[in-house]
Design a protein around this ligand. Structure first.
Ligand SMILES: NC(=O)C1=CN([C@@H]2O[C@H](COP(=O)(O)OP(=O)(O)OC[C@H]3O[C@@H](n4cnc5c(N)ncnc54)[C@H](OP(=O)(O)O)[C@@H]3O)[C@@H](O)[C@H]2O)C=CC1
Ligand SMILES: CC(=O)N[C@@H](CCC(=O)OP(=O)(O)O)C(=O)O
Length: 346
């Protein structure tokens, strides 16, 4: 069994890691941290895990204890993982960081968007950006994986075939994305209260969100050149889920007819990408609790604009599920281990 540690076990992605690990056949949690709840049995906080995590209690984060794990997940705010990774790597522990500490290649861009000095800049070049659909073989060899952000996962998967095949104008991509409130984490923030989110709908970060540089870097890797992308996130009154509506202009509109086959072929071997029939409307509830990204293509009349709709569960394919997918690859396990669960519907 792979020995797993989770730093930040009381957060939304932390408990999602617990839920997935509870049914993982080849890995077990040996350490789970919380500074505020140290000493509390996990099942006192999460009764849904009674019978799965009995005997496991939160502890204060301790790098020496974490270094006894084979794999450590950081489900912590930005700026935490970077202080511990070197110690853990020295001990031979592999790391999947759910925060953004190692997602960007250009650290001056990272420092600009995250507003702090990077404290492990020497490791930024080693970290592999953990989108398995684009980097599977490198993830298998990695010691340190930067798990992608939730919006960047949906946006990159939706645009990928169009950019890889150079079929669209890369300078005018648009990503109009909506997220449920769990994307904001579990710590109390007024903007995420039910009274603020319920029965309302708004853009935020429209003049610049920190996922913009991450999305741009990922799309540039796919296209092999510069891209111009407009990304506007929205907060919608639900708990889980992201829907990204993507727009791109085909260089040659006569290519439209081959797009559905192109998408089906590109993702045919991907266990967690489902290309739905042309013209259908993927729903966030069709991926709720599961690690799947569902994608569908649309066209209005004879327009040259390709419309792509991509849905994920922000806490699963957008965070904890993708993190476990990465761990499975890093440890030579079946990529789908622990993740082969259908979504909750309705
Ligand atoms: N929510 C989402 O949909 C997604 C989140 N992410 C990223 O994953 C990470 C976790 O997010 P989420 O679960 O939502 O966050 P939460 O705010 O819900 O949880 C954060 C966790 O980190 C712990 N923590 C906070 N500060 C520290 C610290 N300095 N040292 C150690 N532990 C700390 C907290 O516990 P305690 O304070 O008790 O120690 C808590 O368990 C973030 O970086 C987030 O950006 C990525 C994709 C999607
Ligand atoms: C609805 C909501 O607030 N979503 C979060 C993004 C989700 C997330 O946590 O992504 P990172 O790991 O990159 O921080 C936000 O916009 O900040």
């Amino acid at each position: 069994m792979i020995k797993v540690g989770i730093v930040g076990g009381t957060g939304y992605t932390g408990v999602e890691l617990l839920r997935i690990m509870a049914v993982h056949p080849d890995a077990e949690i040996v350490t789970i941290t919380s500074r505020s709840e140290a000493g509390m049995p996990v099942t006192d906080m999460y009764p849904n895990l009674r019978g799965y995590c009995d005997g496991l209690a939160f502890t204060d984060p301790d790098d020496q204890q974490l270094a006894e794990c084979d794999v450590v997940f950081f489900a912590t705010p930005h700026g935490v993982a970077m202080r511990s990774v070197q110690t853990l790597l020295n001990a031979g522990t592999r790391i999947v960081d759910l925060s953004a500490d190692f997602r960007l290649r250009d650290l001056s861009v990272w420092q600009q968007w995250y507003g702090m000095e990077h404290e492990a800049s020497e490791l930024a070049g080693e970290a592999i950006y953990g989108l398995p659909e684009t980097a599977r073989s490198r993830i298998r060899e990695a010691r340190l994986v930067a798990n992608p952000g939730c919006y960047p996962t949906a946006v990159q998967l939706g645009f990928l075939p169009l950019l890889e095949e150079r079929l669209v104008d890369p300078s005018r991509l648009i990503a109009d994305a909506k997220s449920g409130a769990s994307g904001g984490g579990r710590q109390g923030k007024v903007a995420m209260l039910h009274g603020e989110v319920g029965e309302s709908f708004k853009t935020y970060g429209a003049s610049g969100h920190r996922h913009l540089p991450e999305i741009r870097e990922g799309l540039e890797r796919a296209s092999g050149g510069p891209v111009g992308v407009t990304f506007v996130p929205h907060l919608i009154p639900m708990v889980r889920g992201i829907e990204a509506t993507l727009y791109a202009d085909l260089k040659d509109p006569s290519q439209f007819d081959r797009l559905q086959a192109l998408y089906e072929e590109r993702f045919s071997d991907e266990p967690f990408v489902d290309v739905m029939p042309f013209g259908t409307h993927p729903e966030t509830r069709s991926v709720r609790g599961g690690n799947m990204c569902r994608i569908a293509l649309h066209r209005q009349e004879n327009s040259s604009v390709v419309i792509v709709s991509a849905v994920i569960d922000n806490l699963v394919k957008g965070a904890a599920g993708q993190a476990v997918q990465n761990m499975n690859l890093m440890c030579g396990l079946s990529e789908t281990a622990g993740l082969d669960i259908p979504a909750l519907l309705p």
